[in-house]
Design a binder for this molecule. Structure first.
Ligand SMILES: *Cc1c(COP(=O)(O)O)cnc(C)c1O
Length: 379
């Protein structure tokens, strides 16, 4: 007698679908959602408290609808770190980059339009496309998880999508997309439609390479999206942002809810932006730990995809989900993103990573969890 979703008059495209659902399990070592393992430093917690207290005195009023102070500070951060001048007029902010992406799809996608991503990639791009009524096209990626440029260009030419997503460094595979590939895909997308190309740089602070922000120059259909959830260690804050031509910033105003960014969120993000130096020091630590995970996993005998992010994709397994469960039995939660043969682990603290490495060493001894032989040796 229980009423289910499908008994309700929900939209046809939502029938039989499941929501985003990374398991939130209570285990000792959680390395499954690419969070930063370091809590915010106490000085920053104090500063947030001060800023939020001040904001609380004005909570009877709506917040700054245009988030001018915050966008100015975000623009300064981007200018300082990416070697490319970005101004207030180039920046827009929302509740996580997921909301930024939703606003972009509401603006440039929607019913009768399509978006493409090169999969496996960030599953939320497809989910947000569905939620906004945008048709989703699953574009190709090579067996080594790089974007095969010729195949990707063909997919763009054939499908003429309205929005193109390029995630670099990519999630869940970890590898970055070379700037030349991004440029070629931008050109292909302009020739086909022209469409808006969204470069999702959620992990760029962890990358060996530079941000693609300088590519914005002279490319009005290019959007770079960023987040404070990963490098800044502020996933709980829900603050994402984009940089683009001012016309793009004006266009997303057409769909954003008025006062979407609460005064508390703006105050907290502004406090965090006063401490970027400290926060980026944790990033350096995590990059070292990421590189250590790559080295040690390879030494154990696993295959590992090159990583420019704060996580590592490793395999290959006949039954990745069975291995995921075995690792969980050792009190370590990693992620099964549904990429056949592979799992993903987030770089945690040195102690957490040691616990993970101990777990995979033990799991490797169990039947069914042995890594499959490298490609050149297998038939
Ligand atoms: C984690 C992640 C995001 C961040 O989403 P937020 O809503 O900002 O927390 C965006 N893009 C990718 C590829 C991610 O992995």
């Amino acid at each position: 007698m229980t009423l289910g979703i499908d008994d309700l008059p929900v939209r046809d495209e939502l029938r039989g679908q499941s929501p985003y659902g990374a398991p939130q399990l209570d285990v000792p070592v959680r390395l499954n959602t690419n969070e930063n393992p370091y809590p915010l430093p106490e000085v920053l917690v104090e500063r947030i408290t001060e800023r939020v207290r001040a904001a609380a005195r004005d909570l009877n009023r709506y917040p700054d609808r245009d988030a001018v102070e915050l966008r100015t500070k975000l623009a300064e951060y981007l200018t300082d770190t990416a070697g490319h001048r970005v101004g207030l007029e180039n920046v827009w902010a929302a509740n996580g980059s997921n909301e930024v992406i939703q606003q972009l799809l509401q603006t440039f996608g929607g019913p009768g339009r399509t978006a493409i991503g090169f999969e496996p990639s960030y599953s939320m791009h497809a989910l947000i496309a569905r939620g906004t009524g945008t048709g989703w096209i699953s574009g190709p990626r090579g067996a080594d998880f790089t974007i095969d440029l010729a195949a990707a260009e063909r997919a763009i030419a054939e499908n003429r999508p309205d929005v193109v997503f390029i995630t670099t460094p990519n999630n869940p595979t970890g590898n970055a997309v070379p700037p030349e590939t991004v440029l070629a895909l931008y050109e292909a997308a302009q020739a086909a439609k022209p469409s808006v190309v969204v470069v999702d740089e959620a992990y760029v602070e962890f990358s060996h390479g530079a941000s693609l922000l300088p590519l914005l120059e002279g490319r009005p259909h290019l959007v770079v999206s960023r987040t404070m959830s990963k490098a800044f260690g502020a996933a709980g804050l829900r603050l994402g942002y984009l940089a683009a031509h001012p016309a793009v910033v004006d266009a997303v105003q057409l769909v954003r809810l008025p006062y979407h960014l609460s005064a508390v969120t703006q105050a907290t993000a502004l406090a965090a932006l006063e401490h970027t130096g400290t926060l980026l020091k944790y990033v350096e630590r995590l990059k070292e730990e990421r590189d250590r995970l790559v080295r040690e996993l390879r030494a154990i005998g696993y295959e590992v995809t090159e990583s420019d992010a704060n996580f590592v994709q490793f395999g290959r397994f006949e039954d990745a989900h069975a291995v995921w469960r075995k690792i969980l039995e050792h009190g370590v939660l990693v992620r099964d993103n549904g990429v056949p043969g592979w799992l993903r682990v987030t770089a945690g603290t040195p102690q957490e990573n040691d616990a993970f490495l101990d777990a995979v060493r033990e799991v490797q001894c169990l039947v069914g969890a042995t890594p499959t032989p490298p490609k050149e040796q297998s038939a």
